[in-house]
Design a protein around this ligand. Structure first.
Ligand SMILES: Cc1cc2nc3c(=O)[nH]c(=O)nc-3n(C[C@H](O)[C@H](O)[C@H](O)COP(=O)(O)OP(=O)(O)OC[C@H]3O[C@@H](n4cnc5c(N)ncnc54)[C@H](O)[C@@H]3O)c2cc1C
Length: 471
């Protein structure tokens, strides 16, 4: 049995845990009500943000968002796509999907297609954060060979992210369950209720030492060592080049994912935050988890990078808790999740204000109010808008009016960019559509702005043509 990663946190971070409950003074506005002190561009109501989009891109976005506004289509998109593929055949299905939904949300398949999308993005002032759409859940484990293949794909992704010079300070997303079985993560999570694993030991295992972790069977231990070594390769290939943002997944595996991510941070984040962890603010325990991470980074002396999200797996988490007769881990309401998001954001911005070289955050949300709040607080706290300590993140093809406006005003904005074949990205698209269905269905404002930009261009064409005939 090995010693410990748990907090003796409470006293030191008590103030942080509570500090965030209070509203910052100038931000008394509740969600949805705009703070009067916020800069004017933060209304995100200027259709000129879309000036950089081509005519076809505007039409495509309008069409796709129109489809996404029908709950029945979003809720059943998996079944619908499978059915359409069966009726049309693979080729025709791909021909329909590629120029529409796929082009809206995926960068492409070949290196040339991806490079084109990335260059376009760079020209708009946006930074790509590549995400390989590999994900596994319980019962979908694919074996050591498949994890090795995934490692190769991840290393290729690191190489592409930094060698092509698409953006300053490149980032990519990583799902640990692409390299380590979810079943093992479940086992580790349950062991963590009673066991403590020393981060130094995980680091040694990452470097190839034959460690035996208590509580694991021989085969589980072997798989764990292989997984840690794979993650070590990711860390070594990315350090000083690409920031690797580890995704948060389900509560039944997140403690294991965080343990592993912390070990990676311990090894690779000595000078700067190259490995980041994700905190899901829909969890009742999110603030405590964040404070524990801050405390661990202080105790173990490493830099901390945080991806702050609301959380994607609400329905599944709730259903599971109900089935297992556990307390629901998710906040009771969207408002409570917002309060939790604001609280965590406030904690991080205050830390960044004090030690920008030590802490970093990506405000990963499509929520305009959260973005407004982050920007306003950055300005109040004097945090540089183009510093790498605070940046913003949205998914490719979503909320471009927010991303483009922020980028046009000099903030660092990343778009999470999946790439791959139609077949490989399909399950990813279906999951993202269902996770983001509230965002997709509420995307009316983006549609209105796109429509306004479209009308402006048509008017311009007509008046331009009239002027030419009058000459
Ligand atoms: C760059 C990027 C990376 C991401 N990485 C991850 C990741 O690693 N892990 C992950 O889980 N998600 C991730 N997400 C998805 C994210 O968690 C959200 O699902 C998605 O962004 C929608 O939240 P929002 O803040 O954008 O929008 P909003 O519309 O403001 O919020 C919707 C979210 O609020 C919460 N919510 C809605 N209704 C309720 C309710 N009744 N009670 C409590 N909470 C409620 C849910 O989390 C829902 O997704 C990522 C998103 C982005 C943009």
């Amino acid at each position: 049995m090995y010693t410990l990663l748990r907090p003796h946190v409470l006293h030191r971070f008590m103030s942080l845990r509570h500090m965030s409950m209070a509203e910052p003074q100038s931000l008394v506005a509740k969600c949805g009500v705009r703070d009067p002190t916020a800069p004017a561009f933060l209304t995100f109501e200027d259709p000129r943000a879309f000036k950089v989009k081509s005519f076809w891109e505007i039409i495509r976005a309008l069409g796709v968002f129109r489809l996404c506004s029908f709950p029945v289509l979003v809720n059943n998109c998996g079944k619908l796509m499978t059915f359409t593929k069966m009726v049309l055949g693979e080729r025709a299905f791909s021909m329909v999907l590629r120029p529409s939904v796929y082009a809206q949300f995926v960068a492409g398949e070949t290196e040339r297609e991806i490079a084109e999308s990335m260059q376009k993005m760079s020209s708009l002032g946006l930074r790509p954060m590549l995400a390989i759409p590999i994900e596994e859940d319980l019962g979908e484990s694919t074996g050591e060979r498949r994890y090795e293949d995934n490692l190769v794909a991840m290393l290729e992704c690191i190489h592409m992210s930094h060698s092509k010079g698409w953006s300053e300070n490149p980032m990519m997303q990583l799902k640990i369950t692409a390299l380590l079985s979810p079943e093992l993560c479940v086992k580790l999570t349950s062991l963590l209720r009673t066991e403590r694993y020393d981060l130094n030991l995980l680091v040694k295992a990452m470097e190839g030492e034959e460690i035996t972790f208590s509580g694991l069977s021989e085969s589980e231990n072997t798989h764990f060592l292989c997984g840690l070594q794979r993650l070590n390769k990711i860390g070594e290939a990315s350090a000083n080049k690409v920031r690797v943002l580890v995704d948060a997944e389900y509560t039944y595996i997140n403690p294991a994912l965080s343990l592993i991510t912390m070990a990676m941070m311990k090894k690779f984040n000595q000078q700067s935050a190259w490995i980041w962890n994700t905190y899901q603010c829909y969890l009742k325990e999110s603030r405590n988890l964040l404070c524990d991470a801050i405390q661990t980074s202080v105790d173990q002396v490493f830099c901390l990078g945080i991806k702050l999200v609301r959380g994607a797996y609400m329905d599944k988490e709730r259903n599971l808790a109900e089935k297992e007769k556990r307390t629901d881990p998710i906040h009771e309401s969207w408002e409570n999740t917002n309060e939790s998001y604001n609280g965590c954001l406030e904690i991080m911005l205050n830390l960044i204000c004090e030690k920008p070289e030590h802490y970093m955050i990506i405000v990963a949300t499509h929520n305009e109010e959260s973005v407004r709040r982050a920007v306003t607080r950055m300005l109040e706290l004097g945090i540089d808008k183009d510093s790498s300590s605070v940046c913003f993140g949205q998914l490719l093809g979503m909320c471009d009016h927010v991303s483009l406006t922020l980028a046009q005003h000099g903030f660092s904005v990343y778009k999470s960019v999946p790439y791959g074949t139609v077949d490989n990205t399909l399950p990813y698209l279906v999951r993202r559509a269902q996770e983001n269905r509230t965002v997709l269905q509420g995307i009316r404002k983006e549609r209105d702005l796109l429509r306004q930009e479209l009308c402006r261009r048509i008017r311009e064409k007509i008046t331009g043509a009239k002027k030419n005939t009058q000459k």
